[in-house]
Design a protein around this ligand. Structure first.
Ligand code: 5GP
Ligand code: SF4
Ligand code: MG
Length: 466
């Protein structure tokens, strides 16, 4: 998901809508905005679909007055299976004795089911099936006198990944979990302040990047522009999601002082060193494989070409929640550039193989177009474990790499060769020149290594085996 907030500007909702539009790649199912204006109180709008279709009409935007606002774009990773229900669309809102508050959450709470059971037992009435709603109910139970302190209380009970943007009548609040699994950055816009999942959303509104919210940090921003920085949690070593670098974030964002594009290009360079192959063309599976394919071509000297063309009017395949849509999606979204491919030995570069749906379809399409050889190079290690921290990987059994070796996957996909970047190669590409520190890894890489930095307790209770 993507989260965004702004304070101290006129017509906050317009900025929030633009910010969410720039974060659309983080969630395409639905979006929501909450604003506050003293004359109107809190206003909110929650809609299915793309931001550009839902938060552009004047009739919607004029219902969202105020100089303080937050928003969320949703990609369902927890809660309702199947299509998103409007009740699961954030921001969530709570009314407390000291006033209202709204929250938008990116990440996944790993003990949400246990918390929900406990809260329901004690009288909480849940409105949604989302893990994020726990935060509101925990805040309601806190005895603290102000909302930021209630949030601290609530978030100390929550485990897993959370980057939260919240607001009261007067304050904008940003928090990152102690490991800092999901991103969150602070920006400056005139006299106002901005919180955003990624820097690309600062660029779109002309805000200046100030710094990242640190893992375990909570910032409370008042309308007069003061920022208070708090440390509500026991300090821990940060474990940012390495897959944000590989796939999730936009390539024009800067994360941890590194350009996401440059990291991805470097992954391609590492891949070309680790797994070279003689071929005529390097083609990305667009868009997610493009920077790595550029790096692969630069390092190997094999010419880069657009062997597959992407229909720009389709969204991200993976983010479509059902298998059927995902299956169709590949062909609706990608097509082979036949004239270019015929008779050629082609290296295809993609960011990841999850279920194998994309790679299988693409291989068929490309052989159909008359390619002489197909070599897959994948810009992440085999995804053999599910993510429980906010990326919607399927159950373990459905992950190709969970049940097959690399050679079995190659046969299954029926390609001439298949190679994944090594975990150390990936770490080198994100700037860790010594590779992965296996004693205390610098990132979360659980979907590749099976080493979960936060115990996924709800899942273990349901029988998931580490
Ligand atoms: P598959 O088709 O193998 O199930 O999924 C791999 C494709 O999904 C890749 O092209 C990749 O770009 C895309 N992808 C999108 N989102 C995700 C995600 O959350 N996890 C992973 N690993 N791949 C994703
Ligand atoms: Fe990111 Fe993978 Fe960790 Fe999930 S398991 S947070 S996708 S690195
Ligand atoms: Mg892709």
């Amino acid at each position: 998901c993507g989260v965004f907030g702004v304070v101290g500007v006129s017509d906050a909702a317009n900025f929030v809508a633009l910010g969410l539009h720039a974060l659309q790649h983080r969630g395409q199912e639905a979006g929501g905005i909450v604003t506050y204006a003293p004359e109107h109180g809190f206003s909110s709008a929650r809609k299915f679909g793309y931001v550009r279709d839902t938060f552009t009409s004047q009739s919607v935007m004029e219902t969202l007055p105020g100089s303080l606002g937050i928003g969320h774009v949703r990609y369902s990773t927890s809660g309702s299976k199947g299509p998103t229900q409007i009740r699961d669309v954030q921001p969530f809102f709570g009314e407390f004795s000291m006033g209202g508050a709204a929250i938008a959450h990116n990440g996944n709470i790993t003990n949400a089911e246990a918390l929900r059971r406990e809260l329901i037992e004690r009288g909480s009435i849940f409105q949604s099936s989302s893990d994020s709603e726990c935060i509101i109910h925990l805040m309601a139970r806190s005895l603290q006198r102000d909302i930021p302190s209630r949030m601290e209380d609530a978030l100390r009970r929550v485990e897993g990944a959370f980057s939260v943007v919240a607001m009261t009548r007067t304050k904008l609040i940003g928090v990152r979990d102690p490991l800092g699994v999901r991103p969150l950055v602070l920006g400056r816009l005139g006299d106002g302040w901005v919180l955003s999942s990624e820097t690309c959303a600062l660029d779109i509104i002309g805000a200046e990047f100030v710094r990242e919210i640190e893992p375990g940090e909570m910032v409370v921003i008042t309308p007069d522009g003061k920022i208070e920085s708090l440390r509500p949690f026991r300090p821990q070593r940060a474990r940012f999601c390495i897959f944000e670098h590989v796939y999730f974030s936009r390539p024009d964002s800067i994360i941890g002082g590194r350009s996401v594009y440059e990291t991805r290009r470097q992954i391609g360079v590492e891949l070309a060193r680790e797994a070279p192959v003689e071929a005529d063309l390097v083609c990305p599976v667009p868009d997610s494989g493009t920077p790595a394919a550029i790096g692969f071509s630069q390092e190997s000297g094999v010419p880069y070409a657009m062997g597959i063309v992407r229909n720009q009017y389709m969204g991200r395949t993976f983010i479509e929640p059902t298998e059927q849509i995902r299956n169709m999606g590949v062909r609706l979204k990608l097509n082979v550039n036949r004239a270019l491919i015929r008779g050629k030995r082609v290296i295809l570069v993609d960011d990841s193989v999850v279920r194998g749906t994309t790679s299988r379809k693409i291989k068929e399409m490309i052989l159909d177009a008359g390619a002489a050889e197909v070599h897959f190079r994948i810009a992440s290690p085999p995804t053999s474990w599910p993510c429980f921290y906010g990326v919607d990987t399927p159950q373990r059994e459905k992950l190709l790499a969970a049940t097959m070796s690399e050679e079995e996957m190659r046969q299954h996909l029926n390609v001439d060769s298949l190679r994944f970047i090594s975990l150390d190669g990936l770490y080198r590409a994100v700037g860790e020149s010594q590779g992965r520190n296996s004693e205390c890894p610098q990132y979360c890489d659980a979907c590749f290594s099976g080493e979960y930095p936060v115990e996924p307790s709800d899942q273990i209770e349901k029988g998931f085996q580490l």
